[in-house]
Design a protein around this ligand. Structure first.
Ligand code: MG
Length: 385
């Protein structure tokens, strides 16, 4: 039986890699649907090529652009509600969620409620509402397979182990493009410089998050929800070569690491073929082309976003949702050239300071905190000068 895959965010970096994997394993997978937000051209080409049973453009303004190209027989959905309907109704075994940002949360919850396993690249689902997402997954007997390379590494290290025997998790971080840059010059960082990640080719939002280390902060939160390890036992280590994707230290002092070249196809394929492994052509000679693998502690002063993420996780409730939403707004403004790179943590911190935490939040509380943080952050920028 082929695994039926519904792919959300098909035009992004993880989406395109997922399509390649599906294409390379035609006996293994069937693509039942794709969604994209606004990249109608690429999505139309993907649709023509793979001809899935359902297709969704989640920004309804672009729906007409795709409607012309969709054949009879395929179901066309549009808008954020259309996306949710498609997730609930599509005949899929696994939903690959590679949507960017908090917009991925409701589709994750819909997939879980519909009893579909989730291959989760949308880490923001867990950052915003990790407690809700993981408890819903338990209630519905649904599995969440990590796609993030670090979490795939931890997952692979933990196969055959008992989670009670974890002493700590060591998340590796490349350090991004500004690891060696003087903090005094962070004001003058250009968008182009920030989008130039040394090791990974990714979408714009996550690349900026990697440059501020917010991405690593999000991954600390993601680790907590996926593996149940307390924040004090999750360490971040800078490993600029991005060869070790993360490590687990056990109570007996033994440490397991997972290594590989930095290529998202490896964690994506494992999430889709688990519990099996399937062949993939990889050039691992690159692994040994590094003279050495190095490790250093992160600089929390230079990269305050990482500490903000730890603190938000400790605070709990609606705080991580605010962290995420303020970050999304700040990153968008930076990419548009409206704020400086060094303004990003300042804006996020302002939203966090102003927020009144709500404990044991409902879904509506999370969504409200998200909206509140967006408008507070935008207002702050409008009064900036
Ligand atoms: Mg990652």
């Amino acid at each position: 039986m082929k695994k039926k895959i519904l792919l959300l965010g098909s035009t992004g970096s993880v989406g395109r890699n997922t399509l390649e994997i599906i294409e390379q394993n035609p006996d293994e997978f069937e693509l039942v649907g794709i969604s994209a937000h606004s990249n109608v051209d690429l999505m139309s080409r993907q649709y023509q090529k793979y001809n899935p049973a359902c297709v969704c453009i989640s920004n309804s303004e672009f729906a007409n652009g795709i409607a012309k190209t969709v054949y009879n027989g395929s179901q066309l959905f549009s808008g954020s509600e259309g996306l949710r309907t498609m997730v609930r109704e599509a005949d899929a075994d696994i939903v690959v969620n590679s949507i960017v940002g908090a917009a991925g949360l409701l589709p994750t919850l819909d997939a879980i409620a519909a009893g579909k396993n989730v291959a989760l690249a949308n880490k923001e689902s867990l950052v915003v509402a990790g407690e809700l997402v993981t408890s819903e997954a338990r209630t519905h007997g649904v599995e969440i397979f990590p796609v993030d390379s670090e979490h795939s590494a931890i997952w692979q290290c933990l196969l055959g182990e008992n989670n009670n025997t974890i002493r700590r998790i060591i998340l590796t971080a490349s350090g991004g493009p500004f690891l060696k840059r003087k903090e005094e010059t962070f004001d003058s960082i250009t968008v182009e410089e920030a989008l130039n990640h040394p090791n990974w080719k990714m979408g714009n939002k996550i690349t900026i998050d990697s440059a501020t280390l917010m991405n690593k902060g999000f991954e600390v939160i993601e680790t907590f929800w996926l593996f149940g390890v307390p924040p004090d036992n999750i360490d971040v280590v800078i490993h600029p070569q991005s060869i070790i994707h993360s490590m687990v230290e056990f109570i007996d002092g033994s440490v397991k690491a997972q290594l590989g070249i930095p290529d998202m196809k490896i964690p994506i394929q494992f999430a889709l073929t688990y519990p099996e492994r399937r062949p993939m052509a990889m050039h691992n000679s690159f692994l040994f082309s590094h003279a050495e693998l190095t490790f250093e502690p992160p600089d929390y002063e230079q990269f305050p976003c990482l500490l903000m993420a730890y603190n938000s996780l400790q605070a709990g409730g609606t705080v991580p949702a605010v962290l995420n939403a303020a970050n999304e707004v700040a990153v968008t403004l930076f990419i548009k050239g409206e704020i400086k790179f060094s303004d990003i943590p300042v804006l996020i911190d302002t939203a966090l300071q102003l927020h009144t935490i709500k404990h044991n939040p409902s879904l509506d509380d999370y969504l409200e905190a998200d909206q509140w943080a967006r408008s507070v952050t935008l207002k702050k920028v409008q009064h900036y000068d």
